[in-house]
Structures are given as structure tokens and as C-alpha cells.
Design a protein around this ligand. Sequence first.
Ligand code: AP5
Length: 197
Amino acid sequence: MADGADCDGTLKVVLLGPPGSGKGTQAAVLSGRMRVPAISTGDMLREAVAAKSELGQKVQGIMAAGSLVDDGTMAEVVRERLARCGKAGGFLLDGYPRTLPQAETLERILGAEGARRLDAVLLVEVPEEELVRRTVARKREDDLETVVRERLRVYGEKTAPLIGYYRGLGLLREIDGNRPVPEVTAQMVAALGLNLD
Ligand code: AP5
């Protein structure tokens, strides 16, 4: 189910993992089966860059360098998008949150929408050299090997602390992402307790 679709499902899930771990690939499959929109902040920012909007012009250089867009800007982007899901609507968030302040912002946004809470955070784990192989082969603008290595460094510094944060909240489910795509999907379906066949 593409972003922008209705939010019939109610599960609220975050996909967490380094660049190239397969978050976007899995979000495209899972969201249709869960009947929730896949919300990719990376895709939203790339669309803004392509449209040469004010947001796009602000983030273009940051993304090309493999750095993170500031938390305040991302809060606006995500708040506006989640508001379209309504109070009960579920979602699959791909690429947000990426810092501890972003995780706190997400809790505030969900709380303000009427005691909504996350159901699970799926951590997709893949060895670093496989991540580099996958991303460099894809040839996206920010997939030059030097930029990928920087994105991985930023992930380790800014995003990896979320693993302990969500484990502490009892939400973390660990997924072996170094498997064929259908096997990774099957692990996620099982981790979410879904019966989707
Ligand atoms: P974003 O687009 O989120 O990039 P990313 O997290 O680096 O993720 P990728 O798209 O590289 O990887 P993925 O895990 O989705 O894997 P994919 O399925 O594509 O963010 C881009 C930039 O935007 C950031 O660097 C930052 O500047 C900015 N940004 C975004 N969100 C932000 C935020 N919250 N805060 C601040 N800044 C933000 O797969 C990768 C490749 O591997 C594909 O070719 C795929 O076909 C292949 N593949 C997938 N699964 C498998 C498998 N199981 N086996 C073999 N190959 C596979």
C-alpha cells in the first residue's frame, strides 16, 4: 500500500535499521498486507528535492553529504503526515525516528493524537559490508561509497542509541535482514503476530 492510501489497519510500527538494511523494500510489502501506509521520510525528502520546494532546497546538500536533516524540520514533516492517519489509523514508519529527540517527538505526536502508542519497532540487522555492497550497487545519488560510509557512521552515532531505548520500552523485535527478501518479510510477520496468509 503506497503512502497516501487510507489507513484501515491500526498497527503502528517503526522500521529501524542502517542504510541498505531493506527497510524500504520490506515497508512496500508489509504495508499492503497490514493495510497501513508506508511512510518513508527519505522518500518524502527526495520528493521535496525533486520538486525544488523550500524544504527540498534546504535538505538537498545535507542528504547528498549523508548527514541528518535537523530534528525540528523532521518533526514538522512527520507531524503533518501522521495527522493524516487520524486517531486510530496505523502506519509503518521507515526512516523515522533516527535520533533520541526524534523518538521523543514521535511519542508527543502520538500522545497528542489521543493516547496512540507504538505497537512494535522492528530492528533490521545486516553486516556492514553487505550494506555497502547493496547500496553502492543501487546507485542512488547518496549511494557513493564514501557517502554510504558516512551514513553508516551517522547511524552508529545518532540512530543506534534508539535500539536500547526501544528495548527498554519492550517494543524492540530483532530481524535478521541478511536473508532473502521473502524470508525477512516472514520474520516480520511473525514478530508482529500477524496471520496474513
Ligand atoms: P533514507 O531514504 O531513509 O535512507 P536510509 O535509511 O539510508 O535507507 P536506504 O534507503 O539506503 O536503505 P533501506 O534500509 O530502505 O534499504 P532498501 O530497501 O532501500 O534517508 C536518506 C537521507 O534522508 C538520510 O541520509 C538523511 O539525510 C535524510 N533523512 C531521512 N529521514 C531522516 C530523519 N528521520 N532525520 C534526519 N534525516 C533524515 O534496500 C537497499 C538495497 O538493497 C536495494 O537495492 C534493495 O533492492 C536491496 N535489498 C533489500 N533487501 C534485500 C535483501 N533481503 N537481500 C538483498 N538485497 C536486498
